[in-house]
Ligand binder design. Structure first.
Ligand code: SF4
Length: 83
């Protein structure tokens, strides 16, 4: 059973931005990239959903919450991104 600890963030400082490591898949091969040796990896739907719910809770009364999709090219998994 999965549990989500919504109290794992200070309510005195509402969250304004969160970075999600979405995928290591990428259609580019930048010479300086350090993602290649990680192999192809994708964020699971369950963890992504929990992270967004947690971030919305932690953002509290903030009117703006930025969710940055980090790692590789998120558009390679566009159907998941739309969900
Ligand atoms: S993940 Fe970023 S740095 Fe790495 S190859 Fe893709 S675009 Fe380049």
């Amino acid at each position: 059973m999965r549990t989500l600890n919504l109290s794992a963030y200070s309510e005195t400082t509402p969250l304004a931005e969160v970075d999600l490591d979405f995928t290591t898949a990428c259609n580019l091969r930048c010479a300086y990239c350090y993602k290649w040796d990680k192999g192809e990896w994708h964020l699971s739907r369950e963890v992504a959903f929990d992270a967004v719910v947690w971030a919305l809770h932690a953002a509290s009364e903030n009117k703006t919450l930025t969710i940055a999709l980090m790692e590789g090219e998120p558009l390679l998994n566009f159907s998941f991104l739309k969900e």
